[in-house]
Structures are given as structure tokens and as C-alpha cells.
Design a protein around this ligand. Structure first.
Ligand code: GLU
Length: 301
């Protein structure tokens, strides 16, 4: 049984970039006759925007997405994340880190996504009261996976990322931990999301292996770039999609993903759009790129 998911963070309204991830994961799930779940990734209150979670859900509904089962809110999952940390701790793969931001910046080398922590606190027994963040051990972790669209990815976690944080200095659970725990708990068989998260995948697989849970398949879609070649995001002021008139944006998302809906469908309804797209969806048509500029159609949407 195929089970996919869409996992937005409520940091702002749905924009065209996040719509593409929703459409890609939805069509992949529905064309397999599978389930599609929505998980609200609200574990980082400082980054969240008030009302964004409800706004995203109302937009998904207006666009005709139908999700299976209950919505999962990550803010209700602290116990599961705590259990996972305990499990890592019992397996001696977790350690407390007392280093300050400055100490880390001064002692780290550059990795694929930011500084590679040199493991100071892994080697020095520390006094538990000074612990700021909790890190997972990574020595010897070589992760290899084949992404449906991005091809083979091989990473040496210790060299490329270092011992990474699973519980932050502010007490919040880290994204990598929450996603690894929830994808397993929800029985996700394939993760379809934007290629901006491709480099998170090796860390998530490392956590799955430490926690003894299955690794789903991975399929990273090209991300939508603006005229300046930047990923559409709240930080680059991407415009929200229009929930009063969803069809142009849905149409543009299908085109971005390599599909060509018949022109007369522009004047149709969203039900016929979804019927056509689920039938016509062919993952082979999705461009095998990390990022692509929005098409003319997408800009118009
Ligand atoms: N919540 C993440 C985001 O909105 C996506 C997480 C995921 O799909 O794994 O960027």
C-alpha cells in the first residue's frame, strides 16, 4: 500500500512553491491508488505565523485536495519525540553539548549545510547541568539512497554534516528528529517533497537506522525559482496562491511538473483538473532538476 504525505510548516500562507510540492505528492499518491496524509509541522513556534496553519488547510481544501485520516499536528507529538531521544540515549548514540554558538563557529569546518561540529563534547564527559543542545553521534555513518528524480546520493554524515542537533538549545525538538519519527509513525512509504530538503534526507535516514524504523523511498521535486534564481519562500516574499481562483495555479503546477493539461481545461472546474491529472500523471515527465524557474503560466498564476 502506497502512503504519501504533505508536511507544511505554518510559517506563512501557501505559495506556488509549496503548492507544487503538494500537487506532486498528491498525484504520486493518488495515481498509485494510495493514501495521502497532511501533517502540520508546527514544532518551531518562533518561526511560525499566527493563523498560517488554518490558512494553509483552508487553501488545500479550496484547491480540492482530499487528505486521508486525521491531520497530525507535530505540537501534539512531544511524547513520541521524547521517547525517540530516550531510545537514542539508551543506545549511547546521543550526547549533551555545552558549546556556545561562538565556540561552535570558531571550531567548526564548513559542511554541506552549515558548520560541521567537531565533536568536542563527544570526547569530553560533561556536567549535565550545562547541557544546551543534544546531538546524535555520526561517526562511521555512510548513507546511500537513490532518489526517484535526483538520482544517487551518497553522504558521509560525520564529514558532511557532523554530529547534528536533535534537541535544540531552546528546548525544541529538531526538524530532522520530528520528521524521522513521524514518517515512521505514519507508515509513509514514499516521501515526495522539494529538492531543498534533499540534503536533510541522509540525516533522516541515519536517525531511522538508529531508531530501527524503515526507510521510505524518496522523491525530491525540483524547487520553484524566482527571476533572481532564488527558491520561492516566505523569505523571498513569494505571493500566496489565490484560493478564490485555484485553477490557474493548479494548471501552472502541472506544467511545472512536466505535464500539459488540455487548454480547454483552463475554463473547467477543479474536479475535472484532478480527474485528468491523476489519470495523466507520469513521474517520468517530472524534470530531473534541483530547481527550475517558474513557467510563464506559473507567473501568471
Ligand atoms: N515542513 C517542511 C517544510 O515546509 C517540509 C518537511 C518535509 O516535507 O519533510 O519545508
Amino acid at each position: 500500500m502506497y502512503r504519501g504525505r504533505f508536511a507544511p510548516s505554518p510559517t506563512g500562507p501557501l505559495h506556488f512553491g509549496s503548492l507544487v510540492a503538494a500537487v506532486g505528492s498528491y498525484l504520486q499518491a493518488r495515481s498509485h491508488g494510495g493514501e495521502w496524509l497532511v501533517r502540520m509541522e508546527d514544532i518551531d513556534p518562533p518561526r511560525e505565523m499566527k493563523g498560517a496553519a488554518d490558512d494553509i488547510l483552508r487553501t488545500l481544501e479550496a484547491f480540492g485536495f482530499e487528505w486521508d485520516g486525521e491531520l497530525l499536528y507535530q505540537r501534539s507529538r512531544s511524547e513520541a519525540y521524547r521517547d525517540a531521544l530516550n531510545q537514542l540515549d539508551h543506545a549511547n548514540t546521543l550526547y549533551g553539548c555545552v558549546c556556545s554558538r561562538k565556540e561552535i563557529a570558531d571550531s567548526s569546518s564548513a559542511g554541506i549545510e552549515g558548520p560541521v561540529y567537531p565533536g568536542i563534547c563527544r570526547r569530553t564527559p560533561i556536567n549535565a547541568s550545562g547541557v544546551r543542545a543534544w546531538r546524535v553521534r555520526t561517526e562511521g555513518a555512510h548513507i546511500h539512497f537513490e532518489d526517484r528524480w535526483q538520482g544517487v546520493v551518497e553522504r558521509d554524515i560525520a564529514r558532511d554534516f557532523g554530529d547534528f542537533v536533535v534537541r535544540r538549545a531552546d528546548g525544541l525538538f529538531a526538524y530532522q528528529l520530528a520528521v524521522a519519527v513521524d514518517d515512521a509513525a505514519q507508515g509513509i512509504t514514499e516521501v515526495v517533497r522539494g529538492a531543498d530538503l534533499l540534503e536533510s534526507t541522509p540525516r533522516q535516514i541515519h536517525l531511522q537506522q538508529l531508531l530501527g524504523v524503515p526507510t521510505p523511498d524518496y522523491a525530491h521535486l525540483p524547487v520553484v525559482l524566482n527571476e533572481r534564481g532564488e527558491k520561492l519562500s516566505k523569505q523571498t516574499y513569494a505571493a500566496p496562491v489565490d484560493r478564490i481562483d485555484p485553477l490557474p495555479a493548479l494548471f501552472a503546477a502541472a506544467v511545472f511538473l512536466g505535464h500539459t493539461p488540455p487548454p480547454e481545461m483552463r475554463d473547467g472546474d477543479i474536479e475535472s483538473f484532478w480527474r485528468w491529472s491523476i489519470e495523466a500523471w507520469n513521474p517520468e515527465r517530472v524534470p530531473r532538476k534541483r530547481g527550475l524557474p517558474a513557467t510563464t503560466g506559473a507567473r501568471a498564476a
